[in-house]
Design a protein around this ligand. Structure first.
Ligand code: UFG
Length: 331
């Protein structure tokens, strides 16, 4: 089938993709510095190299030891707020790390890469749903680094023939249905895990960031996509490249928007209890609405999400959080 290098394979989306690739018959080599990833998240069927993608000697060692056919690249910092207070940290790791990875790939003749991009490249969209051809105007450093990484891939394709699929994720959520891996960010900043932590007492309440947006109930609207659906899309993108397919940029979302209040209500339905919430100020840089058009992913990769019911998505997240209230810390 092929041997795939997965930088960032110990992270949230990376670890679910590693499990999917192994299930699909690929051999998997994970490279992760474990700064935000977790060793326990890496499937035992994968080989783990602990190190940093900014370290060229570390990457060379992997490419010399393993016969890598393609790369799926998740290794990046991803906290929007932190990216605004420490932008150069984001340029160093996200942009610098990707440059280093591409240089190593080119040196070792590896010419296929699936890349984690983000809906944050769009900034505040002009219209909904968002198409891949819509203008890109990131409103934070994190999104700007993802856009720069995409542009780096585009120029690298022209110069060196490295083909790529860049995946612009909307709001990744949920957990593996087997309950063994899930979301564990430190600090946690994402809506669904925070709601579930408020539900099981890890936090006192969920804060609703802004109730005065120009939306149906005044709260922000997002497109929530299950992490296993993202993982499946990565495998399809990988096969597309391995079969000689063209380079592409693809949105990954469910194509349906839910407000913050609707997500809280859905979580209350799933859990059968009231979840304490309070109104808070808007969070700087939050667009009012982000909803994907999934047309291109459907046409090009023959991908469609399996998890289309937000309650089922939250159910998988709840299974993880209720059995791992401290995340990957042994409970
Ligand atoms: N929210 C709250 N309270 C919280 C946390 C979040 O009301 O405690 C709201 C946010 O304001 C937002 C929605 O819930 O409206 C979702 O917020 P998340 O932090 O879960 O997700 P984002 O939409 O901010 O971020 C996601 C990805 C980022 C990516 C961004 C693109 O997680 O990596 O989309 O805008 F950059």
């Amino acid at each position: 089938m092929g041997k795939i290098l997965v930088p960032g394979g110990a992270g949230y989306i990376g670890s679910h993709t590693v499990a999917e690739l192994l299930n699909g018959g690929f051999e998997v080599v994970v490279a992760d510095n474990l700064e935000t990833g977790h060793k326990q998240a890496v499937h035992p069927g994968a080989k783990l190299y602990i190190g940093d993608i900014r370290d060229r000697a570390f990457l060379n060692g992997i490419f010399e030891t393993e016969s890598i056919d393609a790369v799926i690249h998740f290794a990046a910092y991803s906290l929007v707020g932190e990216s605004m207070t420490d932008p150069l940290k984001y340029y160093d790791n996200n942009v610098g790390g990707t440059r280093n990875l591409l240089e190593a790939m080119i040196a070792y003749g590896v010419t296929k890469i699936v890349f984690s991009s983000s809906a944050s490249v769009y900034g505040e969209p002009e219209s909904i749903p968002i198409y891949e051809t819509d203008p890109v105007h990131p409103t934070n450093t994190y999104g700007a680094t993802k856009l720069t990484m995409e542009q780096m891939l585009s120029w690298t394709r022209i110069a060196y023939g490295v083909s790529y699929i860049s995946m612009r994720y909307f709001n990744a959520c949920g957990a593996h249905p087997d309950g063994c891996i899930g979301e564990d960010h430190r600090p946690e900043t994402h809506l669904i895990p925070l709601i579930l932590q408020a539900a099981n007492g890890v936090r006192p309440e969920i804060q609703i960031f802004g109730s005065d947006y120009d939306t149906k109930d005044g709260t922000c609207i997002r497109d929530y996509i299950h992490v296993c659906d993202l993982a499946a899309a990565h495998e399809l993108a990988l096969r597309h490249l391995l079969n000689g397919g063209e380079s592409e940029i693809i949105n990954l979302g469910n194509g349906v928007g839910f407000s913050v209040l609707e997500i809280i209500k859905a979580a209350e339905d799933v859990l059968g209890r009231t979840i304490p919430s309070v109104s808070a100020n808007r969070r700087a840089g939050d667009p009012a609405r982000l909803v994907a058009s999934g047309e291109k992913a459907g046409m090009l990769l023959n991908w469609s999400p399996e998890y289309t019911d937000i309650r089922e998505i939250i159910q998988t997240a709840w299974r993880w959080h209720s059995t791992h209230p401290e995340g990957f810390k042994v409970t």
